[in-house]
Design a binder for this molecule. Sequence first.
Ligand code: SF4
Ligand code: SF4
Length: 99
Amino acid sequence: MAHVITTLCIRDGVCVEVCPVECIVPGPKDDPEWGKYFYIDPESCIDCGACAAECPVEAIFPEEDLPPEHAADAEMNAKFFQEGPGYWDFDLEEERVRD
Ligand code: SF4
Ligand code: SF4
């Protein structure tokens, strides 16, 4: 199992700073398909929960606790790494969107 970032994500980037295995990646902000959210690689996530504890909008859930309305988001996270940009050389400060 893995943790999942849902469409509640506001791209502030805090989760990236606390993940011990660096498996959280922003969708490139100018990418029309992936640019709205950050994503967790389910193959590398160790389910430590650090990201969920720090997310200011509670956008991250353990996969088994995903609310029904966010069930599709698990597939979205996996797909980002399988078919989307995946691990790319991002600048977190440039990818953050702060209110
Ligand atoms: S901490 Fe939450 S809102 Fe911020 S980038 Fe991560 S998932 Fe998105
Ligand atoms: S649960 Fe832990 S390992 Fe998984 S994405 Fe969050 S911080 Fe990283």
